[in-house]
Ligand binder design. Structure first.
Ligand SMILES: Cc1cc2nc3c(=O)[nH]c(=O)nc-3n(C[C@H](O)[C@H](O)[C@H](O)COP(=O)(O)OP(=O)(O)OC[C@H]3O[C@@H](n4cnc5c(N)ncnc54)[C@H](O)[C@@H]3O)c2cc1C
Length: 461
């Protein structure tokens, strides 16, 4: 429990109005998108980098835990104060767009800026920031960098790390560092920004982010294809990409998801549809977009696609995307709880991964609807628990998840393509990393944070 004198000192730094320790605030900052709840001792809203530096210096000297927080939309408990301490919330004051540098095509932002606010600001001047997590309307760029967030557009445009040019951050001892420059090329020293990306608030507090932006493609069209089974759909993905199509997104739904969508939303999909691919194609000319659509159509037909549909306008595009956007809620027809994981495998291993996942589901008697980013190998796997009050079923569900992770690692994949490790995936780190690799992670943590005050014990560190 944090002492009154500590709260007083911190409140002298940020002002009374920016330190909250009333129950309502502690509850409000006790959660994220997981179901876990941990109340902090206090919530602090720094006004600027200097506040962050002073707070960290003081907390380091007094060994007070600090948990950085953006919007709290994380799916693995990274922003939860599982060991108590102070939640350092960056979203209230440190949320400004500082600069759009047109000549260098960069955006410089504070960490609490919402992803979509940044997208809108750069689009207003004809530029484009591609990383688009489904939480783009509410997640912060600081959270996106700290989790290395990805989105639907990753197939063509990559993920957050591909856009981070430089960071400013505060180390646990209060020192302010700059990692990277405004330059495209920079090979001087270690890639510290690269270490901070996806570090989930365990190494430093990110206080400023310099992001690359690109020009916005002028034309976009939505397509969809219906397949008899997931293997045909995956083969169509491989063939399309190898033939020169470069779709912005290539999302897939399996037969269980299709069944759920038909039941819940009465969607007009063929009864024998075993898989759906949906996505967008963009480009700077209508000819380029059409040529990519032609390539997709040919590759889909060669792989048993029964229908290839191109949206004629925004309304039709929204209709085609409806199924993908509502896959997650539709799956709840299969149970009272889902254990969902965002595993990722090399794209070529998707058919093997899906076959293995379904076999594990069958072994335990679970429906395991899968959907996600076929274009980049990242699948959302949902082990559906029929009765969440049944302890045995819940135990089997967790065992099934462990086996799925083992399968994914055996296929040279990873525990998480987007959501990070935080608390909820920490118990599985032993599957993915050797002792030597975990020791290396721990020594990096120690170099940044010798007193273990910053988001301690996350990521199995
Ligand atoms: C409906 C929904 C859809 C989602 N879709 C996607 C998706 O498509 N793709 C995807 O990648 N994720 C997705 N997510 C997960 C989540 O939105 C992302 O992980 C996002 O990047 C988290 O941002 P946040 O601002 O909410 O961060 P928080 O949840 O507040 O924090 C996440 C982690 O970052 C750390 N952190 C936050 N700010 C800082 C900082 N300034 N300095 C240091 N550490 C910091 C925290 O300590 C924590 O460990 C989704 C979540 C929801 C609820």
């Amino acid at each position: 429990m944090i002492k009154e004198e500590h709260l007083k000192f911190i409140s002298n730094i940020v002002g009374d109005e920016n330190l909250k320790s009333e129950k309502a605030h502690l509850i409000a900052y006790s959660y994220d998108a997981t179901k876990a709840r941990f109340e902090p001792d206090a919530v602090v809203f720094p006004r600027h980098e200097e506040d962050v530096s002073k707070i960290l210096k003081y907390c380091n000297e007094h060994k007070i835990i600090i948990v950085p927080r953006g919007a709290g939309s994380g799916c693995t408990g990274g922003a939860l104060p599982s060991e108590g301490g102070i939640v350092l919330s960056l979203e209230r004051h440190m949320n400004k767009l500082l600069e759009i540098d047109m000549e260098n095509m960069l955006g410089i932002v504070q960490p609490g800026l919402i992803n979509m606010d940044f997208q809108k600001a750069v689009e207003a001047v004809g530029l484009f920031y591609p990383p688009d997590p489904a939480s783009q309307d509410f997640s912060t760029l600081g959270g996106n960098v700290s989790e290395n967030a990805g989105g639907m557009r990753a197939a063509k445009y990559g993920i957050t790390k591909d856009y981070v040019i430089a960071l400013r951050a505060v180390l646990p001892n209060g020192e302010i560092i700059k990692a990277g420059k405004k330059t495209i090329k920079d090979v001087a020293g270690y890639n510290v920004a690269g270490i901070l990306i996806a570090s989930e608030g365990t190494l430093a507090v990110i206080t400023e982010i310099t992001l690359k932006v690109i020009t916005k493609p002028k034309f976009k069209k939505t397509y969809t294809g219906i397949f008899p089974d997931v293997n045909s759909a995956m083969n169509a993905v491989f063939k399309s990409l190898a033939s020169g199509a470069n779709p912005v997104a290539m999302e897939f739904l399996d037969s269980l998801v299709i069944k759920a969508l038909k039941q819940k939303y009465a969607l007009d999909l063929p009864d024998d549809a075993g898989a759906v691919l949906v996505g967008d194609v963009d480009g700077n000319s209508e000819e380029d977009v059409q040529s990519q659509l032609d390539t997709l159509e040919l590759s889909f037909k060669e792989n048993k696609s029964s229908q290839f549909i191109i949206a004629a306008n925004t309304e039709e595009s929204n209709k085609l995307w409806f199924a993908r956007r509502n896959a997650s809620p539709a799956n709840m027809i299969y149970g009272t709880k889902k254990l969902n994981e965002d595993i990722s495998v090399p794209r070529s291993k998707l058919p093997e991964a899906l076959a293995g996942i379904y076999a594990i589901g069958e072994k335990y008697g679970f429906n395991v609807p899968c959907f996600g980013h076929a274009g980049d190998g990242n699948i959302h796997v949902n082990v559906m628990i029929k009765d969440k009050t049944n302890e045995k079923e819940m135990e089997d569900g967790h065992q099934a998840i462990r086996e799925i992770f083992q399968l994914v690692i055996d296929l040279e994949g990873t525990l998480s393509g987007e959501h990070g490790i935080g608390l909820s995936k920490a118990p599985f780190m032993d599957i993915a990393f050797t002792n030597a690799e975990m020791e290396l992670f721990r020594s990096i943590k120690k170099a940044f944070d010798p007193n273990n005050i910053l988001n301690p014990f996350k990521m199995a560190l």
